[in-house]
Design a protein. Structure first.
Length: 514
């Protein structure tokens, strides 16, 4: 329940308060709400009644042995050039990228989108094959085309229609800030200021335990983004049980600074919030400012989020830092920034550092010459996909490791005497231990710290030379050796549970919560 409340709190901070830096800031609360209205009217409304042309450049560097070994990536650069005419339902995208890693790779791709059809020249197909393997077409074929399911330019245009989004968004934001206590608001000339402390926030959150208020807000949120939010589900999720106290839920929340300024043509956010208890440390800092003129919006933002697992013996953490600058007018959009991510997993520090730049402008006409598809010069990508072996996984026991990876066995596991037995060699492959067969009836499973020995048909086994008993034996079936999975993985340090309804074994390297 505590985690649910914290997630909801920070969701409000990021999804509701953050956009105010782009919206902008009379007396107290009335002036605050009035200035939001004024800034919304001043804010540039980007329209797509003309074609747009843009370029995105990205430069990525990464470090960490684990990252390099698993993904084979040390860095990379990408340049994406695009021309889009929403009204004519056409788009052209050109991608060039290089990835530095264990095996350096270069990518290039020209992509045409005509309505619901994506067209790729055959000379770009090798790049696509690295993403989605397929056969090369026969000689004489110039283009491969792909039908885009559930895609339409009309829906894209509706999604970026800012006039409707701003109107609905402003109505919802008014509802939010009207719920804060009057004491949070003050004025400085024509600028409205809101300072939120812990008691004010708790008073605000209590509003979300009022059914009428929650229903009203949920209806506005659903109208703003019906694809993401469901009114009834959101309303139900916000209401806490009667025996749960908001004060108790947020006793570990600390608001060091939570200041919002909104003037007639400028806005400022300055937040410093943390949540610290015995399990988790969350620290969030946001500094964002915007200047809005009749013809353009200038914004600068700095976001610093750090999440650390505080449990004894844990060294897991993640820190995200984002700095960006943007300029938006009716005909131009420019944005540049830097994103740094640092995470610690199993004692190893992994880092991503990304620089990005976006330049976009409206153009007078769409001048890309689109290819004409015929039966002789093109082929459907679906016909080039390689045949995938028809594995029968339905009604087969599967093994899930730490909610992250699944083991799919070529030789199906089975249940015997209420015990699940799995192929020893296949399990060993996934868990990285060696399996040795010693005729006529012995199997040895070895890791760096464990050596398990079992004999066919015997319920006694040895672990590092010590004899132990289990209530199921190692068996041979159709030439394949099967071991009782519970005894093996528990000896290797995992906890294990079984969901009979979904026929899923769950292995966890951490204690399983009941």
């Amino acid at each position: 329940m505590k985690k649910k409340a914290v997630v909801l709190l920070f969701t409000f901070i990021f999804t509701i308060l953050m956009p105010l830096s782009a919206l902008g800031s009379t007396s107290g609360k009335d002036l605050f709400l009035k200035n939001m209205q004024v800034q919304t009217e001043k804010q540039v409304k980007v329209t797509y009644d003309k074609p747009i042309s843009g370029e995105i450049t990205v430069d990525l560097t990464a470090s960490g042995d684990m990252l390099t070994e698993v993904l084979g990536i040390k860095g990379g650069q990408a340049d994406i050039i695009y021309d889009i005419d929403v009204n004519e339902e056409k788009a052209f995208i050109k991608v060039s990228a290089s990835i530095e890693g264990t095996a350096d790779k270069d990518f290039y791709l020209d992509c045409y989108i005509d309505g619901d059809t994506m067209i790729i020249p055959v000379d770009c197909l090798e790049t696509l094959c690295q993403i989605n393997p397929m056969e090369m077409p026969e000689e004489g074929i110039e283009y491969v085309y792909i039908k885009l399911e559930d895609f339409s330019f009309a829906e894209l245009q509706a999604a970026v229609d800012q006039s409707k989004q701003q109107e609905l968004g402003l109505e919802m934001v008014n509802t939010i800030f009207a719920a804060f206590p009057d004491k949070c608001f003050s004025t400085r000339g024509t600028t409205a200021i809101m300072n939120i402390d812990k008691l004010s926030l708790i008073s605000f959150l209590k509003k979300f335990q009022d059914q009428e208020f929650v229903d009203s807000f949920a209806e506005q949120l659903t109208a703003l983004n019906p694809e993401m939010y469901n009114k009834d589900e959101f309303a139900e999720g916000m209401l806490l049980p009667d025996d749960v106290s908001i004060i108790t839920l947020f006793k570990d929340l600390h608001i060091h600074k939570c200041r919002t300024e909104i003037g007639l043509s400028r806005s400022l956010l300055d937040y410093d919030i943390s949540f610290n208890n015995d399990e988790t440390d969350v620290n969030v800092k946001i500094k964002s400012s915007s200047k809005i003129k009749s013809e353009a919006t200038l914004s600068e933002s700095a976001i610093d989020v750090c999440v650390t697992n505080s449990e004894v013996g844990s060294d897991q953490s993640v820190q995200v830092q984002l700095n960006s600058e943007s300029y938006v007018s009716e005909d131009t959009m420019n944005c540049k920034g830097k994103l740094d991510v640092s995470t610690t997993i199993a004692g190893e520090i992994i880092k991503f550092n990304t620089n990005f730049k976006l330049e976009q402008s409206c153009v007078d006409k769409f001048s890309v010459e689109f290819p004409v598809l015929t039966e002789g010069n093109s082929i459907d990508a679906e016909t080039l996909k390689p045949e995938v072996p028809d594995y029968e996984f339905e009604n087969q026991i599967t093994v899930n490791i730490d909610d992250d990876d699944y083991i799919w066995f070529d030789n199906a596991p089975f249940i015997e005497e209420d015990r699940i037995l799995v192929p020893a060699r296949e399990l060993g492959f996934y868990l990285d231990y060696d399996v040795t067969w010693n005729p006529p009836a012995n199997i040895v499973m070895t890791t760096e710290d464990h050596k398990i020995s079992m004999n066919v048909g015997e319920k006694q086994y040895t672990i590092n030379g010590t004899n132990k008993d289990m209530d199921s034996a190692f068996v041979i079936r159709d030439g394949v050796g099967y071991v009782p999975i519970r005894f093996v993985v528990e000896e290797l340090g995992y906890e294990i549970s079984y969901d009979a309804e979904y026929m899923e074994v769950y292995m966890s390297s951490q204690p399983i919560e009941e």
